[in-house]
Design a binder for this molecule. Structure first.
Ligand code: 6GU
Length: 224
C-alpha cells in the first residue's frame, strides 16, 4: 500500500506517522508514505499557493494551479485508487471506511488549509471527501494522519497478532471490553475472577457481555 500526501506542512505528518505500529508497517515494507510539499508546485515567484476568494468573504482559498500541477505529476507515475480530500464537509470516517481503504493499493490524500481549496480541484480530481468528525481543525494534516493511521494499522501482516485488529472496538460493531494486566490486585482492586480462570470460552463470553453492556451505555447508536 502506498499513501501519498500533498501538504503545506509535512512536519505535521512526519511525527504521527513516524512511530509505533505505522513506523513498523513502513519498516516492514507493508506501507509506504510519501509527503509532497505543495509549495514546490507553485507557479508564483513568491511561492504563493493561496489567493482571495471570488465573491469576497473571510479567509483565503488554495489555488487550483499548484494543486493540479502536483496531482498531474504524481499521476504520471502512480495509478491512484482514490484521490481523497480531507475536509470537515466530507463523509465522516468510520471503521468500515478504514477497512475498505486498507484494501487499496495507492491512495493520494490532499490536505487543505485556509478556507479550503478551489472547488474545481474537487470537481476534477477528488474521488472521495473525508472528515474525521464534527469539529473544525486548522487544516487537513491531523485528519490525514488519523486516516492514514487507521488504514495502515489494519493492513494484513502489520499487527503481529492478526486477531488483534479484529478484536478492536468497532470491528464487530461493539466497544472493546475492559482489559487488565499484572498485578492481579492493585490498590485493593482485583482483576475479574474469570480472566484468571484459564477458561477460554468463559473469558470470551465475559468479554462479549462486557462489550455489549458498555456499548449499550455509551453508544446505543451502534446497536441500532
Ligand atoms: Cl478532514 N479537516 C479539517 N480542517 N477539519 C476537520 C476535518 C478535516 N475533519 C474534522 N474536522
Amino acid at each position: 500500500m502506498k499513501i501519498d500526501i500533498i501538504t503545506l506542512f509535512p512536519e505535521m505528518l512526519e511525527g504521527p506517522l513516524g512511530h509505533s505500529i505505522v513506523k513498523r508497517a513502513i519498516n516492514k515494507g507493508l506501507a509506504e508514505v510519501r509527503f509532497f510539499q505543495l509549495r514546490d508546485w507553485s507557479n508564483d515567484k513568491h511561492n504563493r499557493v493561496d489567493d482571495y476568494p471570488f465573491g469576497g468573504g473571510a479567509g483565503m482559498v488554495m489555488k487550483a494551479e499548484p494543486l493540479a500541477a502536483c496531482i498531474d505529476e504524481l499521476c504520471q507515475t502512480t495509478n491512484y485508487d482514490e484521490i481523497i480530500f480531507l475536509t470537515p464537509d466530507g463523509q465522516t470516517l468510520n471503521q468500515n471506511m478504514a477497512n475498505e481503504l486498507s484494501l487499496k493499493n495507492n491512495l493520494l490524500m490532499i490536505c487543505g488549509h485556509y478556507k479550503g481549496i478551489d472547488q474545481r480541484i474537487r470537481d476534477l480530481y477528488v474521488t472521495r471527501e473525508i472528515s474525521i468528525g464534527d469539529y473544525v481543525l486548522s487544516g487537513g494534516e491531523l485528519a490525514a494522519a488519523v486516516l492514514a493511521d487507521s488504514i495502515i494499522r489494519i493492513i494484513p501482516g502489520v499487527l503481529g497478532d492478526e486477531s488483534s485488529a479484529l478484536s478492536d472496538s468497532f470491528q464487530d460493531g461493539l466497544l472493546d471490553a475492559p482489559c487488565y494486566t499484572r498485578p492481579a490486585v492493585f490498590r485493593e482492586l482485583s482483576v475479574p475472577e474469570v480472566l484468571l480462570s484459564g477458561h477460554d470460552a468463559k473469558i470470551s463470553a465475559w468479554r462479549h457481555e462486557q462489550s455489549v453492556q458498555k456499548t449499550k451505555e455509551r453508544r446505543p447508536d451502534l446497536l441500532q
